[in-house]
Design a protein around this ligand. Structure first.
Ligand SMILES: [Fe+2]
Ligand SMILES: [Fe+2]
Length: 228
């Protein structure tokens, strides 16, 4: 183990987005029992994308984080493997939500909508306890076991897997719940000239997307996406 811990703040910062996206999606599905076809496509796409993001996050951890910790800190392997095993439970919940989303997309009835919302609730519950465990039991071990370069590889993996066209949305979802300090921390790696373009490249597309996402929450006729 190394004596100087590396900077591992990013994990808990990234988790903040995952901590709220599935709960919000469940509420948005329940908010309108008879959505327009445009609303179904928008919301189903949003849910599929949110599920994909956690799949990508965990693929990176499965490949680049857990095996290194188990190998290099064998005395803590039992607890690390326990938290790693939670990824399988989350994968099952992600697959169930994905199937429920496909069923709702194909036939958006009150019943398929409720089944989808319930699957998102289930995923949310499973994910919250895993995120707690990972932050408390795994991240502190990583701080003294991995090099900074190895740790930063997690972010690079995620960034490479997210399709270009969806990156502003992924960034927006991640940045929105953050405090100013956490947001500044996440933006530190972005070169200054690019940072100046953040309002144009990230904030504007995200705000438009978020307005559409949340426009239907009181069962009003859906207009924003249909105008687009
Ligand atoms: Fe994580
Ligand atoms: Fe994880």
């Amino acid at each position: 183990m190394q004596s100087d811990p590396i900077d591992v703040r990013e994990m808990a910062i990234l988790h903040q987005g995952f901590r709220r996206v599935y709960d919000e999606a469940a509420r948005l599905v329940r908010a309108n029992r008879s959505p327009s076809p445009g609303r179904v496509v928008f919301l189903a796409d949003h849910i599929d994308f949110s599920l994909m993001l956690l799949n990508i996050h965990h693929e990176g951890e499965d490949e680049l984080l857990y095996p290194k910790l188990i190998e290099r800190a064998p005395d803590q392997a039992l607890i690390t493997q326990e938290v790693e095993h939670e990824h399988e439970l989350i994968k099952a919940a992600l697959d169930a939500a994905s199937a429920a989303c496909a069923a709702w997309r194909a036939q958006p009835t009150a019943e398929t909508g409720e089944a989808l919302a319930a699957s998102l609730d289930e995923l949310n519950t499973t994910a919250q306890s895993h995120l707690d465990d990972e932050e408390q039991k795994v991240v502190p071990l990583a701080a003294v076991t991995l090099t900074q370069e190895e740790w930063d590889g997690l972010n690079k993996h995620a960034a490479a897997e997210i399709p270009w066209a969806k990156r502003p949305i992924a960034f927006g979802m991640m940045l929105e719940p953050l405090s100013d300090a956490d947001r500044a921390h996440m933006m530190r790696a972005v070169p200054a000239p690019l940072r100046m373009l953040t309002p144009l490249l990230l904030e504007r597309p995200w705000k438009k997307y978020a307005a559409t996402l949340r426009s239907d929450s009181e069962n009003r006729p859906f207009q924003v996406a249909e105008r687009d």
